[in-house]
Design a protein around this ligand. Structure first.
Ligand SMILES: *[C@@H]1O[C@H](CO)[C@@H](O)[C@H](O)[C@H]1NC(C)=O
Ligand SMILES: *[C@@H]1O[C@H](CO)[C@@H](O)[C@H](O)[C@H]1NC(C)=O
Ligand SMILES: *[C@@H]1O[C@H](CO)[C@@H](O)[C@H](O)[C@H]1NC(C)=O
Ligand SMILES: *[C@@H]1O[C@H](CO)[C@@H](O)[C@H](O)[C@H]1NC(C)=O
Ligand SMILES: *[C@@H]1O[C@H](CO)[C@@H](O)[C@H](O)[C@H]1NC(C)=O
Ligand SMILES: *[C@@H]1O[C@H](CO)[C@@H](O)[C@H](O)[C@H]1NC(C)=O
Ligand SMILES: *[C@@H]1O[C@H](CO)[C@@H](O)[C@H](O)[C@H]1NC(C)=O
Ligand SMILES: *[C@@H]1O[C@H](CO)[C@@H](O)[C@H](O)[C@H]1NC(C)=O
Ligand SMILES: *[C@@H]1O[C@H](CO)[C@@H](O)[C@H](O)[C@H]1NC(C)=O
Length: 604
């Protein structure tokens, strides 16, 4: 361990006035978190010198009180029939509930004062924000930062593979960021067809196609290509018109490397004859999020989210939250300000909104391999999702497009062959959406991500459904997954052959990123009905989905997911035949099933 001169001088000065900080225990550091190796896909940039005098901002999450009680109260307020059902909380009430102990804030602030960082540190509830230099941070955390670059995206981040904290503070701090979380290694990148059809050709083809269904695009048409009309017919909301004026809002969250493209959106709304136009959504920049209108592969995600989000929900207002992220061009490596972190900035922003600004449903197509997300970081983010749940927001996440796992090998240094779950789908406070295909029957699709968390244990709301699955089918891949973990997906929706307009032409898109905005839209429509009746929005969905809403879901009982097929060159990572069958009841391929809107209306 070493101290910057400034911090060292501060410690010496304090030593003379005999403060408690100079107790040897404070100076005695212990490693707080270690990443065994540079995560695959990233490489350390030894040739790129870190300017240790440049400014660096970090944030620390302090241990909260009453976390278990808080989470239980979130489950309760989301469970139909419970006396607190629908009793969502204000952020002030949440903050009071979770307020860190005085001893926690005092010890941490005293430590920062001792390091000479008092005037640059700001305590906000359970967070401490610190402005320092790279060298200050390295001393404070007994860490060594390097630049790392992602091979696929070229994103460069400043990270450390290891950091420490004074032993006496381990019990007071949950995590420090940025340290060892490497963001967005596995964006849910949907697959898109190579064939691009011109706008004119796709307009003509669509009109001709529509004529072959004289009474309008219906369920059967979904078998050929998924369009807004077929989705409405398939899930039963063709004739439903969401009521307006009750503050209902649908939102999409976009993170790094996902950008909106209005020309494509407009062409889509035009071809598919949706009344809405591009004024149909509001672009909201979080923490400097960019509206590049870039035309390229980084707009696939927003294409599906906005084109379907707007079409299925019209006239419900749609918001697109763009959190930071750098454009794919001209990445500025000199920066030591972290602008590639997907969740913390966005969640902080959302939780600070008042009730009238907060959307009731947020769809997000973003997934990391759980094991690449440091556990402390994952727990902190998951707790913030629980807070969003307590505010009455339904957060839906795609499960990823690799079935039970892509590169099925552990990164804990043992190279164990295992299924690899994804995060945030594995957080028990989000609703995880997998994918289906075809109609009559609608079946599971090979890429639909699903499995069992290694971080979060199985929540009570899914105990009956998942243990029933495990009793009947749990032996098949027993060595490869953690049967005590939170199981996902929770639900599913169509995810192949989805028509989008992308980069000035028509393409087919496939992925759980298609399924997520579709299922989320159904929830938003249900909310419009609830709000128009003066009821609370559905809020956190899972306890409802696994109980009352069950009769409003179509159980998917055939099809199969697949993965672990050697997407990696690492020996031992191939698991022959790995995948999950869609079976009667909940399963890790399609969850509880797909929505039946008319029936769901009966369950709200
Ligand atoms: C390092 O950063 C500081 C502060 O931003 C700046 O003044 C200095 O010129 C930088 N040094 C180099 C070598 O770029
Ligand atoms: C850190 O610096 C930023 C930018 O100058 C400023 O907005 C913020 O308030 C500062 N935070 C603290 C904790 O000093
Ligand atoms: C990453 O950088 C390489 C080399 O400069 C370039 O060929 C490639 O196109 C870049 N990839 C992206 C996604 O920007
Ligand atoms: C949809 O396509 C699948 C697979 O080709 C087929 O099994 C099913 O019968 C088709 N459904 C309809 C309604 O045509
Ligand atoms: C877009 O739609 C809104 C109402 O939904 C309408 O007021 C506006 O005129 C439309 N703009 C264009 C350019 O068509
Ligand atoms: C909510 O926040 C918005 C934006 O900050 C503000 O315009 C509005 O007045 C606030 N509403 C209430 C009820 O406080
Ligand atoms: C795990 O795999 C990595 C990469 O192939 C290799 O460098 C390492 O030695 C392996 N570790 C063990 C314990 O086999
Ligand atoms: C299995 O999941 C539990 C949480 O349910 C966790 O405590 C345990 O460490 C996990 N085991 C492995 C091998 O990851
Ligand atoms: C529809 O999806 C199936 C796989 O489910 C694929 O074989 C077929 O080519 C797709 N059709 C189109 C038009 O992309």
């Amino acid at each position: 361990m070493f101290f910057s001169q400034k911090a060292f001088a501060a410690l010496i000065a304090l030593a003379y006035i005999g403060c408690v900080l100079c107790h040897p225990a404070v100076a005695s550091y212990q490693v707080f978190e270690t990443v065994k190796a540079v995560p695959s896909g990233w490489r350390v940039q030894n040739d790129l010198d870190v300017n240790r005098t440049s400014p660096m901002q970090i944030r620390m999450h302090l241990k909260q009180q009453n976390v278990v009680e808080f989470e239980q109260s979130v489950y309760d307020m989301s469970t139909p029939g419970h006396s607190t059902y629908g009793a969502h909380m204000t952020q002030n009430a949440i903050n009071d509930f979770l307020q860190p102990a005085e001893e926690t804030t005092k010890s941490v602030m005293a430590w920062l004062a001792g390091a000479g960082l008092q005037s640059n540190s700001l305590l906000e509830q359970d967070w401490v924000h610190i402005n320092a230099t790279v060298s200050d941070v390295e001393s404070l955390l007994d860490a060594q930062y390097h630049y790392f670059q992602n091979a696929e995206t070229n994103i460069t981040v400043l990270r450390t593979l290891k950091y420490g904290l004074p032993i006496s503070l381990h019990e007071h701090i949950d995590m420090v960021h940025p340290t060892s979380y490497f963001p967005g290694r596995t964006l849910v990148k949907p697959l898109i067809s190579d064939h691009k059809e011109s706008l004119e050709a796709s307009r003509r083809r669509h009109l001709q196609y529509a004529r072959s269904f004289p009474s309008g695009l219906d369920v059967a048409s979904c078998n050929i290509t998924v369009t807004p009309d077929c989705v409405k017919a398939l899930y039963g909301f063709k004739d439903f018109h969401p009521s307006q004026g009750h503050g209902n809002k649908f939102a999409v969250a976009g993170y790094l490397q996902e950008y909106v493209q209005d020309n494509d959106l407009e062409a889509f709304l035009n071809i598919y004859d949706v009344e809405a136009n591009t004024t149909g959504y509001e672009f909201i920049s979080v923490n400097g999020g960019l509206n590049t209108q870039y035309w390229g592969k980084d707009t696939v995600e927003s294409a599906i989210d906005l084109q379907y989000g707007i079409s299925l929900n019209y006239p419900t207002p749609v918001s697109y939250y763009q959190t930071a992220g750098s454009p794919p061009i001209n990445y500025d490596v000199d920066t030591t300000t972290d602008n590639s972190e997907p969740y913390l900035e966005w969640l902080t922003y959302m939780l600070a909104l008042n009730d009238s600004m907060l959307p009731q449903v947020v769809s997000t197509s973003y997934a990391d391999d759980e094991q690449t997300v440091p556990e402390a970081y994952a727990r902190t983010v998951c707790n913030l999702f629980a807070q969003l749940a307590a505010r009455g927001v339904s957060a839906l996440f795609a499960t990823g497009d690799a079935g039970p796992g892509g590169a099925c090998i552990s990164n804990d240094g043992t190279n164990t062959t295992r299924f690899i779950p994804t995060f945030p789908a594995s957080c028990p406070f989000v609703t995880a959406v997998g994918a289906t295909q075809h109609v009559k029957p609608e079946i599971g699709v090979s890429f639909s991500g699903g499995g069992f968390s290694n971080y979060f244990s199985r929540p009570a709301y899914q105990e009956a459904a998942v243990s029933s699955y495990l009793r009947k089918h749990g032996d098949t891949w027993a060595p490869y997954f953690n049967s005590s973990g939170r199981a996902y997906p929770d639900v599913s929706a169509q995810g192949t052959n989805v028509s989008i307009i992308y980069w000035g032409g028509h393409r087919y898109e496939a992925g759980t990123s298609c399924s997520t905005p579709i299922f989320a839209s159904v929830i938003s429509l249900l909310n419009s009905e609830r709000l128009s009746k003066g009821k609370r929005p559905l809020g956190f969905l899972n306890p409802w989905l696994y109980s009352e809403a069950g009769g409003g879901l179509q159980d998917i009982i055939s099809g199969r997911s697949a993965g672990c097929s050697g997407w990696t060159t690492t020996p031992g990572a191939v698991i022959d035949g790995a995948g999950w069958d869609a079976v009667v009841g909940w399963d890790p391929a399609t969850g509880l099933g797909t929505p039946k809107f008319k029936e769901l209306l009966d369950y709200i």
